[in-house]
Design a protein around this ligand. Structure first.
Ligand SMILES: Nc1ncnc2c1ncn2[C@@H]1O[C@H](COP(=O)(O)OP(=O)(O)OP(=O)(O)O)[C@@H](O)[C@H]1O
Length: 106
């Protein structure tokens, strides 16, 4: 699938994410690079945790999606697309990249 943001089913969404990482459109972080995870909020699709990035000691908000189903994967791709479009808006938090928890969730 091309990297035009289309995500019609589960496999397409996963391919879009993986191609975006391989082609370096998205930064990928190993989940093991984070420590001191503390839950700071919950949304419709998952929870948000504050986590320390071991490499530099700074903190990130990690948005975790609880399921790997089609609706959730479409939400992940949609949210990444929105974040990338908002890159120059100072009122919107910066999107740094994506990680994958041990359970396979993004
Ligand atoms: N970057 C962040 N820094 C601090 N807290 C955050 C951050 N992102 C999200 N949160 C907290 O986590 C909560 C859940 O965020 P999340 O984005 O999962 O859902 P939402 O946008 O509030 O709702 P929905 O999932 O219905 O769109 C937020 O309401 C907020 O309290």
């Amino acid at each position: 699938m091309s990297n035009d943001g289309k995500c019609q089913d589960t496999n397409n969404c996963i391919n879009w994410l993986e191609n975006s990482i391989v082609n370096e459109y998205l930064n990928y972080y190993e989940y093991s690079e984070f420590e001191n995870l503390e839950t700071i909020g919950k949304g419709s699709f998952g929870s948000v945790v504050r986590a320390k990035w071991k490499n530099a000691g700074n903190f990130f908000a990690l948005k975790t999606f609880h399921k790997n189903d089609e609706i959730t994967l479409k939400e992940v791709v949609n949210e990444i697309k929105l974040q990338k479009e908002m890159i120059f808006n100072e009122n919107v938090i910066r999107f740094y990249g994506i990680t994958k928890a041990g359970s396979g969730k993004f």
